[in-house]
Design a protein around this ligand. Sequence first.
Ligand code: ZN
Length: 397
Amino acid sequence: MGRYLWFLLFPLFLFGSTVKPFKWHNGESFLTFLEHKKLPLSLYYNMDSEDQKLTEDIPFTASCQMLVSDKNTIQQILIPVNDELQLQIYLTPKKRYAMHVIPIASETYKEVLYTQIQTLPYDDILHATGSVKLASKFVKMFKGRVNFKKDPKRGDPLVIVYEQKYRLGKLFSMPEVAGAMIEMDGKRYAVYKHTDGRYYDAKGAQFEKFLFKLPIRNPRITSGFTMSRYHPVLHRYRAHVGVDFGARPGTQILATGDGRVCFAGYSNGYGKTIKILHSNGLVSLYAHQKGFKAGIHTGSKIKQGDIIGFVGSTGLSSGPHLHFGVYDGSRPINPLSVMKKKTEGFTGKEYRQFVAIRTKLDRIFNEKMRTKPIKRKAIDFQNTYYVDKDTFKVKAF
Ligand SMILES: [Zn+2]
């Protein structure tokens, strides 16, 4: 770990070098990126197939950093592939370029926001926290249940319980909302996150209005979703930003929800791939297909449950399976967290767990309603951080 963090701290120690921030271009492939930067293409070809696939998921919003010497030589490039992992290209002492997948150093804090409506929930949350992501997440969560343009009145309280990541003292990544509530006209609308990652109302009904269905009949999950996992045998960090379903070649693939095909074509890693843009803004992805259903092309209108293609093993695939991904913008999310449950409501142990979560969150909501704490906004201390000499961790000042 220490070795990796050392590289993260490079910019702090290399005098005469400049850090140049840049954004990943929408649609740019990793190979063309290497070409543009005049870096050896072997960096890509020497990666194993899992890492090559990872490069296809670099979000087009990714904030990258390039460290350049005063002689204009690239010394290091950091490219985040998701919230937890980044690609690091660096110049070795032998003046060769090497690449690793390394973790992104960040810190997570539990936070609670209490605020009262002044104008609109979105604006008020943004004003109180400085987080566009938290504001839009809150509005999205209540979409279809509350009309935020009409219903809230000045003075109505809202509470959000969430986890926020910070990187070098700045807000980083998507906040994870554990629960949220808004009171309007004395009536409380609350949402609670259960251990399955799904959101429920106080009665235990799934809160999201727009829910997906599994893309395979009789699904068998062979690999789950993870942003970052340390592989103990390979000694490297891995990500799997989708769910794999084992299935015989030719098995029908079903559209997870209504929408429009926004991509139907071939990619090196994912093989024959279809992407569907849904009306809630999420995009679903179906990879390694043997073939598409006749007539399916970019622009096709799709209904939930329509057959779109057939399971295969195209692209970098170890055997026939469906790799299924769901994206919020360019950010992968766990597909299972937006799936409709087979049965409504909870029973037995699941119900007791839900009640415990609800009780705990209600207690926080009620306490904040009573104490009305003022949220201190995170202040952007650009370049103001220190390095813990024992742990080598970068911390916000
Ligand atoms: Zn997969």
